[in-house]
Design a protein around this ligand. Structure first.
Ligand code: SF4
Ligand code: SF4
Ligand code: SF4
Length: 254
């Protein structure tokens, strides 16, 4: 029974992590102020951070992390086969995320560097949509709790769910922040999808585009801005590739 006093069928969800820090799942589990209301909407069938129960009859699967081992591919395909809706949850799942930094160097070299030559099973980092069909992507490193709750309520009530299409700059300017370009920094706010309340530039840290490209972006104007300010294109390329979220733009335009 919810607080309005009527029974509502709860949505069966499963949440699964692959190669990642699990920070996106923890965002949900840690939000104590809204967790009881949130859980009242859901029938948790499989979610390691929240419950010790394990069931395979979920309808919505949240998939966190990127794919960096062959055994993860089979596990992901089995989740896809069960789920009616599969959500790529967080930047690692949506774009490959920070794990994709390992793709910049040959894998044998990466293993030698990190594991000092110890035998480990690994492969270049892939985003979830490289392997299976994704029905919905919720980006963010980590995801925004408010956004996830809003989207889940939308799914439960069968309303339309959407992400902001405009760039981070819109929210940043509303907060009356000093633009970091004026302080000589490259900030990806003009080309990155809003929805995080411009948390990084508000904290005086340039946006690295963890939420991926905004739909309403003007890449030529952004490149002109970087050049006009005499900032390094090499530095820009490095920022664009950090989360692997701007891959086509980075290759075509910088
Ligand atoms: S997107 Fe960021 S917070 Fe989420 S799992 Fe990946 S590294 Fe962690
Ligand atoms: S600091 Fe970044 S996000 Fe804020 S207005 Fe400047 S470019 Fe846009
Ligand atoms: S400001 Fe940029 S890097 Fe920071 S959370 Fe928002 S989109 Fe991600």
């Amino acid at each position: 029974m919810n607080h309005l006093g009527f029974e509502m069928e709860r949505v069966k969800i499963g949440s699964f992590d692959f190669t990642c820090c699990e920070g996106c799942q923890l965002q949900l589990a840690n939000k104590e102020s809204t967790l009881p209301d949130f859980l009242a909407l859901l029938d948790i069938r499989n979610f390691r951070e929240i419950s010790s129960e394990r069931h395979d009859d979920y309808d919505i699967a949240f998939v966190e992390g990127s794919i960096t081992r062959r055994d993860e591919i089979e596990r992901l395909k089995a989740i896809r086969a069960q789920a009616k809706i599969l959500v790529a949850f967080g930047t690692c799942a949506c774009f490959g995320g920070v794990n994709s930094l390992k793709n910049r160097i040959p894998q044998a070299e990466a293993i030698m560097e990190v594991y000092k030559g110890k035998a480990v099973e690994t492969m270049p980092s892939l985003k979830i949509s490289d392997i299976v069909q994704v029905d919905l992507s919720i980006p963010g490193c980590p995801v925004s709790k408010d956004e996830v709750e809003r989207i889940l309520v939308g799914i439960v009530t069968r309303s339309q769910v959407s992400l902001p299409t405009y760039p981070v700059c819109v929210d940043c300017k509303q907060r009356l922040n000093t633009c970091l370009f004026d302080l000589g920094e490259i900030c990806l706010g003009p080309i990155s999808r809003a929805g995080c309340d411009a948390v990084c530039p508000t904290g005086k840290t340039p946006c690295l585009g963890c939420r991926g490209p905004a739909e309403e972006l003007n890449m030529p104007a952004f490149l002109d801005l970087v050049k006009e300010r005499g900032l390094s294109l090499e530095h820009l390329t490095e920022k664009l590739s950090f989360y692997n979220a701007f891959e086509p733009l980075a290759t075509d335009e910088t």
